[in-house]
Design a protein around this ligand. Structure first.
Ligand SMILES: CCCCCCCCCCCCC/C=C/[C@@H](O)[C@H](COP(=O)(O)O)NC(=O)CCCCC
Ligand code: ADP
Ligand code: CA
Length: 579
């Protein structure tokens, strides 16, 4: 720290005197009694100071409580245990200080603001905010305006807000519109909305870099803009797995202080075309069937997954398939090592070095992305074939309120790998045991019909003859194989063939709905369908035979991973605003 940023003086909070010190990375104030004995110290990392204002200020509603020219107010992050979740809730703390003179007050506010700039270089100044008004319980707009916007305003962040009017509006905006001047993009919605932002930003970055997203062997360019998630969806898995709680205020504070969490992304391809990106769940069998069923019951909101989950479980299906996977280096980590990827994870930090060639310089992070998919470094593919209850791939733990440790509790957010979970066909009670274990700390992989592998890529295909058989079965109800084929629509985007996927717009029959409808015909047939569908972060994919490759740390979120619950809970300190 530059020496001139150090500042120390007596300050008053109410009628108590404090010795305040701004030093290094911290702002501390220690109560001093009449005999000059030091009592309790409050210490706030400068990086967690939200804002500094002259006067005595309250935030909600924002008003100057008392206008004195010797006072200033500091707003900062406080942590509270969240009770039910593993992560910590963040709240806005505030302390109003009085100085002996106006000159000293100005010195404090100037030094604190300079320290903020020095110690949190990634704080956003301007954000592009997309609100899905129909996500989850349909409270996105209200959540943003009542809880998030006042905090952004306090932190001096200007935001351009777009309330979406159709599915894929956010994605299209990010692909085509001028993004100059924005430091990040905020998504107010669920995993489907996040997926739109992900597609828009990854696509835009590759367009500008002249890279072809369709080729699974291409090393994609990491996105320069950060993504913030204000949870307002049904599953909110990406938020939960990267922050540890579903709480709009906590997420807003992570955005304000410019936290940065890299995230692995899977690119899903069919033949030589990109179909979709995935971060949370690429699932065939049970999870695909649940999604297809749940699309019919969107009106139920988040409950649609419980209803559909029960219905699909009772239908007791399994599907034939061939799964091929490219194992990750087992020396680095394992999905069964019982570790957890927490804030500051050492496995992910080491991966940054491995993925980006030993550089802490962000410019070279972007230019020298390690090629891990070229033929000579691929390694050996492993093939398994049989009948599965489900085949799932996740780039991270995919923890969510339904499953607090997630689909793969030891998976890492940013290690360049995904976890492939194979659940072989088994009796219904065995499968129920597997599902039920997701809701507790019991190991869902410790079952004889379950396998988990840490992988760099996965291929899925149907045993020969099965695809035709599948189309014939669904075709019997819906008019034949050609009808299925015409649902697969490709459009040209910037010269490349790109799969167009739309979901959820009322009154419009989309590709996914058509694919789901075809699939659901199978549900009412006496004969169970021979194929399932892929659930890709809440989207139904219109293909069965796919290849997915994991791209290490392709995007960055305004988050820091799940904080260890043992970290000090300072919520009970005085002056908590409890926003
Ligand atoms: C007997 C108790 C059974 C409990 C089963 C618990 C298993 C839960 C694992 C959930 C993993 C979720 C991974 C995330 C998926 C989301 O991308 C996706 C879309 O979310 P959204 O856009 O918010 O709608 N959600 C799902 O596919 C829901 C799967 C629910 C399965 C029961
Ligand atoms: N204005 C809109 N009308 C209809 N669908 C929308 C709109 N905005 C976004 N969507 C789509 O809604 C889907 C679900 O959104 P999401 O916010 O994830 O809610 P949920 O978690 O409840 O599924 C997303 O795939 C997104 O593309
Ligand atoms: Ca990973």
């Amino acid at each position: 720290m530059e020496p001139e940023l150090r500042l120390e003086s007596s300050l008053w909070v109410g009628n108590k005197r404090y010795r305040a010190v701004l030093t290094g990375w911290h702002f501390n104030w220690t109560e001093v009694d009449k005999k000059n004995r030091e009592k309790k110290t409050i210490s706030v990392p400068v990086a967690e100071v939200v804002g500094v204002e002259e006067g005595r200020i309250d935030v909600l509603p924002r008003k100057s409580v008392e206008d004195t020219d010797k006072d200033f107010t500091v707003f900062y992050v406080k942590r509270c245990s969240s009770g039910s979740s593993y992560g910590l809730l963040w709240r806005l703390g505030q302390t109003q200080f009085s100085c002996p003179s106006r000159v000293l007050r100005d010195q404090w506010t100037k030094h604190l603001r300079t320290a903020l700039k020095t110690h949190s270089p990634l704080r956003p100044h301007r954000l592009l905010v997309f609100i899905n008004p129909f996500g989850g319980k349909k409270k996105g707009r209200q959540t943003y305006h009542s809880l998030v916007a006042p905090l952004f305003e306090l932190a001096g962040i200007s935001s351009h807000v777009i309330v979406t009017e159709r599915a894929n509006q956010a994605r299209d905006h990010l692909l085509k519109k001028d993004l100059t001047g924005f430091d990040g993009v905020v998504c107010v919605g669920g995993d489907g909305m996040f997926s739109e932002i992900l597609h828009g930003l990854i696509g835009r970055t590759q367009q500008e870099a002249g890279l072809c997203e369709n080729d699974p062997a291409v090393t994609l360019q990491p996105c320069p803009l950060h993504i913030g998630i204000i949870p307002a969806g049904s599953t909110d898995c990406v938020c939960y797995a990267t922050v540890g709680v579903i709480d709009p205020v906590t997420s807003a504070l992570h955005i304000i202080i410019g936290d940065s969490q890299p995230l692995d992304v899977g690119s899903v391809h069919q033949a030589s075309a990109l179909v979709h990106y995935s971060v949370s769940l690429l699932g065939y069998g049970f999870y695909g069937d649940v999604l297809a069923e749940s699309e019919k019951h969107r009106w139920m909101g988040p409950l649609r997954y419980d209803y559909s989950g029960t219905k699909v479980y009772l239908s007791n299906r399994s599907y034939a398939g061939i799964v091929q996977y490219l194992p990750a280096d087992p020396v680095l980590s394992s999905p069964r090592d019982r570790t957890r990827c927490l804030s500051g994870c050492s496995v992910c930090s080491r991966s940054t070095e491995r993925l980006f060639h030993h550089s802490s310089d962000s410019a070279s992070l972007h230019s020298s992305h390690y090629s891990q998919f070229s033929n000579d470094s691929e390694g050996e593919w492993v093939t398994v074939e049989g009948r599965f209850k489900c085949v799932s791939l996740t780039c991270m733990s995919s923890s969510c309120p339904k499953s607090p440790l997630g689909l793969s509790p030891s998976a890492h957010l940013a290690d360049g790998t995904g976890d492939l979970i194979l659940v072989w066909d088994t009796h219904p009670l065995g499968f129920l045991k597997f599902l039920y274990r997701h809701t507790s700390t019991q190991d869902q992989f410790d079952l004889p019909f379950v396998e988990v592998h840490r992988v760099k890529a996965v291929r899925f295909s149907l045993p020969s003859g099965k695809e035709v058989e599948a189309y014939e079965e669904t075709g019997a109800m819906s008019g034949g194989i050609d009808e299925e084929r015409i649902y697969v629509e490709t459009v040209s985007r910037n010269g490349s063939q790109q799969q167009l996927t739309e979901r959820g717009t009322e009154g419009e029959v989309t590709n996914e709905q058509k694919t789901a409808d075809l699939f659901l015909c199978g549900l009412c047939c006496s004969k169970a369908p021979a194929v399932s569908v892929w659930n890709c972060d809440g989207e139904i994919l219109p293909f069965t035979e796919i290849l997915c490759r994991i791209h290490g740390q392709l995007v960055r979120l305004y988050a820091r991973g799940i904080e260890d619950g043992a970290v000090v809970d300072n919520c009970s300190e005085e002056n908590d605003l409890n926003v």
